[in-house]
Write a protein that binds this ligand. Structure first.
Ligand code: FPP
Length: 247
């Protein structure tokens, strides 16, 4: 089937009343995409940014309310310094060129992760992007940068301990209270997690928040992830029966 036909069919099949509210994405396979084309790995990341642009637009158009993208993990510092530097150059470039489009599409940008350990220029780029878009009321776009879920959970525990020690924490900690100490404090948990490139792992991403999310995997590398893949994921999500541990 031609891509246009496939897109049209998916468009007709997707029910507007059951669009996942929050979609989280592990954008994997940039390196392999590049190597398979005889290109240096960073070319995969460069192309990956193009997919970020199109996916943000496509998610917003579909009516997704929160999109969380895993852009740099706490483990990614172990990559060669040249690759880390390249990855660190991306947020600045992205906001430089994308801000007008984000504003036009009413997208609000946020950061999740330990921002303080990012290079100053990255902190500034994200801070400026968040600041410029903070009053936008459309889709929330979370960039997970220097993000690791275990350290996020430990940070929450330590903040709770500090409050307990100071005497400002009364009573027991329940799930609702604990969630408020995570980076995603005021956001609903993801309904759908997408991971590209054929890998089927969570990789220290949103471990608490993904407890009841639907998982969808595709063999496509992130630079090849298209509107059709996104629609397929949403279509598949709509076919799932979410039981949240019930029957
Ligand atoms: C994983 O692929 C991808 C990353 C570690 C980086 C993802 C970043 C982007 C897609 C760009 C982010 C954009 C902005 C604007 C911040 P990999 O390199 O592990 O691929 P491989 O498994 O094939 O080697």
């Amino acid at each position: 089937m031609e891509p246009e036909q496939r897109e049209q069919k998916l468009k007709e099949a997707i029910k507007a009343e059951n669009i996942p509210h929050h979609v989280a994405v592990i954008m994997d396979g940039n390196g392999r995409w590049a190597v398979e084309r005889g290109l240096p790995r960073h070319e995969g990341h460069r192309q990956g940014v193009e997919t970020v642009r199109s996916t943000v637009r496509n998610c917003s158009e579909l009516g997704i309310k929160v999109l969380t993208l895993f852009a740099f993990s706490t483990e990614n510092w172990q990559r060669p310094i040249s690759e880390v530097n390249f990855l660190m150059s991306l947020p600045g470039k992205y906001f430089e060129t994308e801000l007008p489009e984000l504003m036009r599409n009413n997208v609000q940008v946020r950061l999740i992760g330990d921002g303080k350990k990012l290079p100053g220029r990255v902190q500034k780029a994200v801070k400026d992007g968040s600041e410029a878009t903070k009053d936008n009321t459309g889709m929330i776009l979370n960039f997970a940068l220097n993000y690791g879920s275990r350290s996020e959970i430990l940070r929450a525990v330590n903040n709770l301990l500090a409050e307990a020690k100071a005497g400002s924490l009364k009573g027991k900690v329940d799930e609702k209270l604990f969630s408020r100490y995570l980076y995603t404090a005021d956001l609903p948990d993801p309904d759908l997690l997408i991971r590209t490139s054929g890998e089927q792992r969570i990789s220290n991403f949103l471990l608490w928040q993904l407890a009841y999310s639907e998982l969808w995997f595709t063999d496509a590398y992130w630079p090849d992830f298209s509107k059709i893949h996104l629609m397929e994921a949403v279509y598949e999500y709509q076919k799932r029966k979410r039981r949240f541990g019930s029957v």
